[in-house]
Design a protein around this ligand. Structure first.
Ligand SMILES: NC(=O)C1=CN([C@@H]2O[C@H](COP(=O)(O)OP(=O)(O)OC[C@H]3O[C@@H](n4cnc5c(N)ncnc54)[C@H](O)[C@@H]3O)[C@@H](O)[C@H]2O)C=CC1
Ligand SMILES: O=C([O-])CC(=O)C(=O)O
Length: 330
């Protein structure tokens, strides 16, 4: 019996994400929470002939029943970007939304695996961690920033360039989830670096780093990536369910606390130093969430040159999230 709660389930990501999760035979209860419209979304999805029960919960007074006893909580709640905005510009509104949802999870589902989609992910993940610490239920192995869309984009863009079926192209993407903090390790993709010129590698790296902006621009004020994010979010959540509850071995890059596996993080710290508590790294998922952090592997000199910029930006993003909770009355 696996209960998955989606917070922000009526939104641009929340609805297609819930649709994809409804198709999984691994989920027994799909709980949909939002401040608007979830009764309708839940009624609609509940007519799909898969086994999971779907419930809809709307407004703060129904948050407890939505989240209580969840095994996995996925959070795509909050505002998306408009052209000209950075993800960090969303902090003002989304930080308190994520903090309050994390508070409910810490109280009513303290063992849940938390999958954070709301931006800025670099800061919202530390917010969730700090809230859980304040409630005395913190386990760094159970809190994840969902950076899967960066991996999905890397497969697609690199696959297109080298003429490979995109889903077969596995590219680690480490770092964070904003512009220069997104670090695709193309030199490790079998068959890719030999086929691409340095100029092509630089160009496709930039496209992966700023893929979100490409969508924001094309949507022209109507939001950011929703459908590809729903796909990526469902991939991550379902992989986590498979690994945590059904014994499957799965490795995904995800933004986690490096303390989740101090030993395993040594390799990453050799490259990024000891300044950062959070980084997206390849993680072996299992019954406890993060079972181990795997090496990020060797980097090309081009990739190495991208790291210093990423580390400086991430440091500020992480401190912003941590300080926000320290200054919040909980
Ligand atoms: N991690 C990633 O790779 C990505 C993250 N995002 C982020 O995901 C977030 C959601 O994006 P969209 O779905 O496009 O936005 P949206 O505006 O379409 O949907 C957001 C939903 O959150 C709900 N909401 C607002 N406050 C809430 C609260 N306190 N509790 C529960 N629900 C609440 C809204 O009612 C709305 O239904 C944004 O912050 C966006 O930047 C978007 C794409 C990729
Ligand atoms: O770009 C945005 O604001 C949404 C996002 O995180 C992405 O598409 O990667």
């Amino acid at each position: 019996m696996v209960k998955v709660t989606v917070c922000g389930a009526a939104g641009g990501i929340g609805q297609p994400l819930s649709l994809l999760l409804k198709q999984s035979p691994r989920i027994s209860h799909l709980s949909l929470y939002d401040i608007v419209n979830t009764p309708g979304v839940a009624a609609d999805l509940s007519h799909i002939n898969t086994q999971s029960k779907v419930t809809g919960h709307v407004g703060n007074e129904q948050l407890k029943e939505a989240i209580e006893g969840s095994d996995v909580v996925v959070i795509p709640a909050g505002v998306p970007r408009k052209p000209g905005m950075t993800r960090d510009d969303l902090f003002k509104i989304n930080a308190s939304i994520v903090r309050d949802l994390a508070t409910a999870a810490a109280k009513y589902a303290p063992k849940a695996f938390m999958c954070i989609i709301s931006n800025p992910v670099n800061s919202t993940v530390p917010i969730v961690a700090e809230v859980f610490k304040k409630h005395g239920v913190y386990d760094p192995r159970r809190i994840f920033g969902v950076t899967t869309l960066d991996i999905v984009r890397a497969s697609t863009f690199i696959g297109g360039l080298i003429g490979a079926e995109p889903s077969t192209v596995a590219c680690k993407v480490v770092g964070g989830h904003s512009g220069h903090t997104i670090l695709p390790l193309i030199s490790q993709v079998p068959g890719a670096s030999g086929k691409l010129t340095p100029e092509q590698i630089e160009k496709v790296t930039n496209r992966i780093q700023f893929g979100g902006d490409e969508v924001v621009k094309a949507k022209n004020g109507a939001g950011s990536a929703t459908l590809s994010m729903a796909y990526a979010g469902a991939r991550f959540a379902l992989n986590l369910v498979e690994a945590a509850f059904f014994g499957k071995s799965i490795v995904e890059c995800t933004y986690v606390q490096l303390d989740a596996d101090k030993q395993g993080a040594q390799d990453t710290k050799r490259v990024i130093g000891n300044e950062l508590q959070y980084f997206s790294v390849p993680v072996a998922l299992g019954p406890n969430g993060v079972e181990s952090i795997l090496p990020i592997g060797s980097l090309s000199s081009f990739e190495q040159s991208l790291f210093s910029k990423a580390v400086a930006e991430l440091k500020g993003n992480i401190a912003k999230g941590t300080n926000f909770v320290a200054e919040s009355k909980l």
